[in-house]
Design a binder for this molecule. Structure first.
Ligand SMILES: [Zn+2]
Length: 158
């Protein structure tokens, strides 16, 4: 494999890869092929079935009980293929309000959050998000990491 940046030979190995390019800093892709160029330092992750991967990440987030933070709202919106304006319209809020939510300046209402989750999960048996959980104080704990493995398909590891 040659480097697309400088054309030199790249070395390849399998490693646990932090998939920060998805906009979330706690997603690790287990045992992924990663290629490195010794000449220019370029790093290429070989990510199979990226659409399926994004669907699994989105559904994992949508099923979590913890409140959505800005970056999760943005990830789910992008996963749905919606612009900020279209998502705001679907959720019944103003576009500038949604933008403030995505930037952690304010919170999405529990009803909007629930609807956003259901939009992600609509083709799955929908699960109930009790209002008491959604109205609970948002904690500032670090989100639990998500670790994904690919055998025949992407799956969230326990
Ligand atoms: Zn290179």
């Amino acid at each position: 494999m040659t480097c697309s940046n400088c054309g030199n030979k790249m070395s390849s190995r399998r490693e646990n890869y932090k998939y920060t390019a998805c906009g979330l800093d706690y997603v690790t892709l287990a045992n992924l092929e990663v290629r490195r160029c010794k000449e220019c330092g370029d790093v290429e992750a070989v990510i199979p079935k990226i659409q399926e991967l994004h669907r699994v990440i989105a559904q994992t987030i949508a099923r979590r009980q913890s409140r959505l933070r800005g970056r999760e709202i943005r990830f789910l919106r992008k996963h749905l293929g919606l612009s900020g304006e279209d998502a705001a319209r679907a959720l019944g809020v103003g576009a500038s309000w949604l933008s403030r939510c995505e930037n952690n300046k304010t919170d999405l209402s529990p009803g909007c959050e629930r609807f956003l989750r259901l939009m992600v999960l609509y083709d799955q048996p929908s699960r109930c998000y009790p209002l008491k959980d959604l109205l609970a104080e948002k904690d500032d704990k670090k989100p639990a990491p998500i670790r994904l493995d690919h055998g025949t398909s992407w799956q969230a590891a326990a």
